[in-house]
Design a protein around this ligand. Structure first.
Ligand code: AMP
Ligand code: GLY
Length: 429
């Protein structure tokens, strides 16, 4: 069959790499398209120009090219309802509907759902005016957690130590610091614990666990400095042991999927739960309606099952036939190489020379790369490369990843040298 993958980051390169190995694409005439793709994705797919915001154009492309499955990588087209337009046109699509994607698109929506379904999460209040938000702040103690309700590219969360800073941050949000995403604000209780990510695939009825990961959101070593989309990740996350994974499924993911279905908003696709492992057990910090970036890269390195078949089973509502996805026992770890100036103002156009061999269990996924006029590889975004390796544990995978990083020439780039540090410390103990 023919498959269309939408997106252009390291997550989509990992998806393209894994989809290219699918039995769905094993036939002679089978084609994988990516829109817009990137130079790394171009090794596995035919990259085409297509505006994901133009639903009619996407549907026409799918009809013209007999697309049997569309995979939507990033959240924006999902929140914008692209999956609905494709379903209306009878084109199988991996990814939730606009209503279901509110789990990522509106923090207030998700908090209310947690309340209705009795899902453990931080205590919260929603506010649509400055007065309401200041009033809500009175109900909480420091540190204060404030969230712009809508999509804000991972930057809409502010955590501050004093009430004055909190009032200031709320004013900024209502003044448009996060655009329309800040028209509503959620004030919530600060949760203490270690964070970990839990993934599940669902077709709205059947749910299968789809791996765990931990990422490093801060730009600097020792988890310092501003938040980013993620500077590195590893999978599995040993802190999410079997017992905690069972609780995350039973207390958080299952009631979410059941409630969404019973309220006529059945969720289909991947559900990415950001969890805080508190003393009282796992609590939901947030949901994402797509794979994490760079968490996807480490999940794909470990996935042994056929990704295309799993996605098609979700898209066609027959995940119960699919069985349990299999992952390798090894650890995968990815190091993000970013451009100088990331996350504020990344430098573009920096030369990159990759080592000739990607061998030794190491895969370099492209995120923000482009081809210069002479065909050479240059940086074209904040996060540029995801150097991904496997090993028997985090220590081994980390060693292999940094050995590969050191074989890449990217003078205008940088990376953290401590990805996986928490687990490396625990493995040493
Ligand atoms: P989010 O975009 O909701 O994942 O939030 C970004 C980051 O803010 C999370 O990864 C956490 O580190 C932190 N965070 C969000 N909500 C809370 C909370 N209620 N308590 C403590 N930390 C939080
Ligand atoms: N790495 C965090 C995210 O994809 O949201």
């Amino acid at each position: 069959m023919n498959i269309l993958l939408l997106g252009s980051g390291g997550r989509e390169h990992a998806l393209a790499w894994k989809l290219a190995q699918s039995r769905l694409l094993a036939g002679d005439g089978d084609r994988l398209f990516a829109a817009p793709g990137n130079p790394g994705i171009a090794d596995h797919a035919e990259c085409v120009t297509l505006d994901a915001g133009d639903h009619d154009a996407v549907v026409s492309f799918c009809r013209d090219n007999s697309i049997g499955l569309v995979v939507i990588g990033p959240e924006a087209p999902l929140v914008d309802g692209l999956a609905d337009s494709l379903r209306t046109a009878d084109i199988p699509v991996f990814g939730p509907s606009k209503q279901a994607a509110q789990l990522e698109g509106s923090k207030g929506f998700t908090k209310d759902l947690c309340e209705r379904a009795g899902i453990p999460t931080a205590r919260y209040m929603r506010a649509t005016s400055l007065e309401d938000a200041w009033g809500a702040l009175k109900m909480f103690d420091a540190p204060f957690v404030l969230k712009a309700d809508g999509l804000a590219a991972g930057k809409g969360v502010v955590i501050v130590a004093t009430r004055e800073e909190a009032q200031e941050a709320v004013r900024d949000m209502f003044d448009g610091r996060f655009g329309s995403a800040g028209a509503e604000v959620v004030v919530e209780e600060f949760l203490e614990g270690e964070e970990a990510s839990f993934f599940a695939l669902t077709d709205g009825k059947t749910i299968v666990p789809f791996g765990t990961a931990q990422d490093h959101k801060r730009v600097g070593e020792g988890d310092t400095g501003p938040n980013t989309g993620g500077m590195g990740a590893y999978s599995p996350a040993p802190v999410l042991d079997e017992k905690l994974r069972g609780r995350a499924m039973a207390e958080i993911v299952e009631p979410t999927v059941a409630t969404m279905a019973s309220e006529g908003m059945a969720y289909s696709g991947v559900l990415y739960a950001g969890l805080m492992l508190t003393e009282a057990g796992p609590k939901l910090i947030e949901y994402n309606c797509r794979f994490g970036d760079p968490e996807c890269q480490v999940l794909m390195m470990r996935l042994e099952s056929d990704l295309g078949e799993a996605m098609l089973a979700c898209a066609q509502g027959r995940l119960h036939d699919y069985g349990q996805p299999q992952f390798s026992d090894s650890t995968a770890l990815t190091v993000v190489m970013a451009a100088h100036g990331y996350p504020d103002a990344p430098e573009k156009g920096g030369a990159i020379t990759l080592a000739p061999d990607g061998a030794g269990g190491v895969t370099v996924f492209h995120a923000g790369t482009a081809r210069g006029e002479d065909g050479s590889l240059v940086s074209a975004g904040g996060r540029v490369l995801n150097v991904t390796a496997t090993g028997a544990n985090v220590t081994q995978a980390q060693k292999a990843a940094y050995a590969a990083v050191d074989r890449i020439e990217f003078p205008t780039g940088f990376c953290r040298r401590d990805i996986g540090w928490r687990e490396v410390e625990r493995e040493r103990a």
